[in-house]
Design a protein around this ligand. Sequence first.
Ligand code: GLA
Length: 722
Amino acid sequence: MIRYDKQSRLLVLDNGSIGYVLYVNEAGYIETLYFGKKLSDYTELLAVRGGEVGCSSYYDPVKNEEWSYADKYRDDRTPLEVSSHGLADKRGAPVVVRGADGSFVTDLRFAGVRRSKGAPVLEGLPCAHGNCETADILLEDARLPVRVHLYLSIYADKDVLLKSFRIENAGRKAVRLVRAMSMQLDLPRRNYDLVHFHGRWAKERDLCRDEVKDGVREISSNHGRSSAEENPFVYLQERGGSADRGEAIGFNLVYSGNFKFRLLSDKFCGVHVTYGMNDEDFEWKLAPKEKFYTPQAVIAYSAEGTDGMSQAFHRFIREDLVRYAFDGAYKPVLFNSWEGCYFNFDTELILSYIDDAATIGTELFVLDDGWFGARDHDRAGLGDWTVNKKKIDLARVMAHCRERGMKFGIWFEPEMVNPDSSLFRAHPEYALGGEGTLGLGRHQLHLDFANADVVENIYRQMKAFFDEYPVDYVKWDYNRTVTDHISRALPADRQGEVYHRLVLGYYALLGRLTSEYPHIMFEGCASGGGRFDMGTLCYCPQIWCSDESDPAQRIDIQFNTSLGYPLSSIGSHVNDSPVASYAAKAALALFGTYGYEMDPRKLTEQECSALSETTALYKKYHGDVIERGTLYHLLSPSEGNTMCMQCVSRDKSASLVLFMNKLKEWDIFRFVRLRGLDAKKRYACSFDGRTYSGEYLMRVGLNFSEEMLAEFDFRLVVLTEA
Ligand code: GLA
């Protein structure tokens, strides 16, 4: 898949479907000659590299002469793998190092390449595995004693690339990294739209489409977490393209902290992308011999529409990113106590919830916030992870679950502390922030996870809990953004490391617990979907998608999230918001990891039996069709009043289609063309009881003509091979 030809100086990554082609020029800069659908002959690319004329010239003060590279290289406009910093290339370098002399000029040149099987292991960071090959390209700075490895991996069975850097100080004095992003990608300019996912609490991942125009565009987070405000998933789409037409290039980052996607569209018809950790307030001291790994950037490519890109990401996340134990595993039907009773429960109430939850087919009961310390409200208790025995008899609750054949799970928020807690009273220095007033978020402070003692303290508390209460599931919450990013454990010249060290602390704790308790399924959460990212997905096969379960917002949240993340990772519950019927909410939640979150005592018998039916549907189809199937986005709610998604099992024998509208509509005459079926197979359709050929359903479509569609009306269609 990867070849480097010393003669032609071409480095080719080709998996039989896509090609990524680099050329090491005379100056030692790595030119990006091509990225896209595989070509049959890559040497043709050498004929007119970048279409550039001219060259750069330099002055040599020793010889007192001017000279130039004889080649067609222009350092401000040739597409490159790694731009320099402080030289003529002003487009933006991915890596900037301050030397021991305080200078900023960074000029990385090719020094060799090695191939290896598999993906690189990035110390301290979550990273992908799977069937890929890696080019380990060594770069050396023209002046500074730094060695940089550019890791570039290509997958054999999916159109996905990985990119990251390892930066080493090979000198005798400390240097400082002031920018350590993960990748650069220079492309010739086409008519691209930049699509990103902007939002806020309970309205995560609104799709925003911007035409790529001259100048700089930045999509970033400085919230200390990947955030609800912007998601690290972004993509470029050829203008006028659709789910099944046109080129799409998706980007994501295996990281949960501050990120920055920066796109420069320049006057020379080039698009210059740098992506990685946000360099805001970032400065990392690298002592001699020390290494720094940047998070892994993930690029997915499709020449045939955004669904090709989405499907590549979905398979990558399911097969090559989430922990092996949960790779393709069935996700149990979950009942969560939060929206039913919030903090107000006792043992008897929870036992009755469990009994009621059993009647609607629950397989995993989760006790949310409120079971520990003095946590009767959100102003106290965080940091004290011992059971409040006066409030809840957890052993009895767990035994009750087991008797009903249910698993049991619990809520934690390990990175936080309330000022009103024993932990804070004993260790005020454990909270992030300096002297003076500290900014509260939901009445809580952020723990200083840059301090290993703090992480160890929380680890011990959680371990003691897990050893006494063998739970099957943990909801790992994170309910505020980072402010006061001052660590009292770090010296003055290391405060620029705080944001990143907090994330490393999160991974250290989560990584340790998930490896010591591999059977426990951890679900990520951050005030709903404020940390929905690939870093978290490495450890947590599913993430609570949003605190908003009401279809009014959920239609968009669910659909848009699934453009970048598989349905098997999207935590979705049926709640009792009054806007739509239980049936509509259940149909929507089916396209995710299914669960319930309400006071089950309020359900009528009729509602219980309707919900049980959907639970049965989930149990029957989740594994093959939703968890491991292929997802198609048929109608986008961002483009109109209706949404339609379809999932097809890998053997194409079964498919689920969900059609849902937002506002009421009259006199609808609509055929929706399905995708991904076997044209030759015949399918029994639950919608109208007929059978259709796959060809008919894909060429003509399912007929959703109706006299009237009420608000949040929906059609859930099951197709099975007849
Ligand atoms: C966050 C989560 C909720 C719930 C509460 C508990 O807001 O998103 O689902 O767990 O915390 O405090």
